[in-house]
Design a protein around this ligand. Structure first.
Ligand code: AMP
Ligand code: MG
Length: 410
């Protein structure tokens, strides 16, 4: 019997070797999804000057004390401030300036009366309501002060951060480099996308395409190398290329089969194996090693579901850590199981594919009926893994379970 390593130990080893790469500058348009490697600070106070939050009239609050529908206060309109106005006016006792949203407050005025509380006739405005001093005025610096950090180092850039970074006039920002990931499927039986089937027992390869997308959505820079036959010579030639990448991922050929050469050949290209066989289900045969100064090698199992699980559990956090992300794990939440779950072998921690949804304010989850590791439908029709701990053979409906969501919510 192979000795299986506990998942925590495997993860600890992987993360110990996953070190952030350097940083690089990117144009803001290309910054979406990247992790900021600097604190971005505001170039000016925001707002830059006191301005109006409404279309209306800028007044002195003193002049509209006691104003009401029945006895409006009448002020002389002496000019107009539009957003970006070139001409400015000064409000003195008994006067008002017509003003629009975003336009600078005229000197002397402290309050904006919204247009719907007024009536303008013959160059005069009738104000029909008293307002508190400062009403509808946006104060200089009330959102952000000049020099204040507006987006912190380590933040993953979302469209909102893009907006803020533009607002503080930064066309270029410093982000962490993304790891380059080389991806290979191995197997004599595999057919590339579109390649005609010439023999009866060939199968279409899903894994390298799936891994490409998994790596990309984790934020890495994936490179598809393609399919390699289970032939030691070709395989060795392909594995030698690992040194061109920060991370090298193979799928297939790491189990107990006669032609599972990957585990032996990697040693010849300088990979030092750190572990092989982890106490999880699926994905037990997963292998991890290091090469060169900082290279990470992952030998993932060939069964498509095992391949995905191994990636999500071990490769994903490694990529996130290398990228400098603050959150390196997928989000784990509690959900209520709606159907009994049973299993015979309880030695390994299981990552059962489930569908999670919200109902009346609670999260519920239901295991997919097909849990075998060759059944891709169990991934396609699910959105989370339910964690079944070691030693647990049965979970009853109504019990609370830990689930790890597939998609990155950050
Ligand atoms: P292996 O780990 O090489 O023994 O493969 C285990 C199972 O996964 C076999 O049924 C393979 O045919 C299948 N398999 C291996 N690689 C792939 C792949 N790239 N795409 C789809 N299935 C695969
Ligand atoms: Mg194989």
């Amino acid at each position: 019997m192979k000795e299986l390593m506990p998942l925590e130990e495997a993860l600890r080893i992987v993360l110990e070797h996953a070190k952030p790469l350097g940083t690089e500058l990117v144009f803001l348009e290309n910054a979406l999804g990247r992790i900021l490697a600097e604190d971005v600070k505001s170039d000016t106070d925001k707002p830059l000057f006191d301005n109006s939050a409404m279309d209306g009239y800028a007044v002195r609050s003193e002049d509209i004390k006691g104003a009401s529908e029945e006895s409006p206060k009448v002020l002389k309109v002496i000019g107009e401030h539009t957003a970006g106005t070139k001409e400015t006016f000064k409000v003195e006792k008994g006067t008002a300036v017509k003003i629009y949203t975003g336009a600078p407050m005229p000197e002397g005025a402290d309050t904006v009366v919204p247009v719907e509380l007024t009536e303008e006739k013959n160059g005069e405005v009738y104000v029909k309501k008293e307002l508190k001093e400062g009403a509808n005025v946006r104060k200089k610096g009330e959102d952000v002060k000049e020099g204040e950090v507006v987006v912190k180092k380590g933040t993953q850039i979302r469209p909102y951060e893009v907006g803020m970074i533009a607002f503080v006039n930064r066309p270029i920002v410093r982000v962490y480099r993304r790891p380059k990931v080389g991806i290979v499927s191995t197997g004599d039986e595999l057919l590339e996308l579109g390649e005609p089937q010439t023999r009866p027992f060939q199968i279409r390869s899903s894994n390298h395409h799936m891994l490409f997308s998994l790596a990309k959505s984790a934020g890495a820079e994936p490179h598809l190398i393609g399919i390699v036959l289970d032939d030691p010579e070709t395989l060795l030639r392909t594995l030698k290329n690992c040194h061109q990448y920060d991370i090298f991922i193979t799928t297939g050929g790491v189990s107990m089969g006669e032609k599972d050469y990957v585990q032996y050949l990697i040693k010849e290209v300088g990979v030092e194996v750190k572990f092989h066989w982890v106490r999880i289900k699926p994905a037990k045969p997963v292998l991890f090693g290091t090469y060169g100064e900082r290279g990470l090698f992952f030998g993932l199992p060939g069964n498509p579901v095992s391949c995905a699980v191994a990636f999500d559990l071990l490769v994903y956090p490694a990529i996130r850590k290398i990228m400098g992300a603050r959150e390196i794990f997928k989000r784990k939440v509690k959900a209520e199981l709606v159907k009994d779950f049973r299993r015979r072998d309880t030695k390994r921690r299981e990552f059962a594919r489930v569908r999670v949804w919200e109902e009346n304010g609670s999260l519920l989850c239901e295991p997919h009926p097909k849990q075998q590791s060759h059944m891709l439908t169990s991934l396609v029709e699910s959105n989370a893994y339910m964690i079944v701990p070691e030693g647990v053979g049965e979970i009853k409906r109504g019990e609370s379970v830990d689930v790890v969501l597939f998609s990155d919510p950050f």
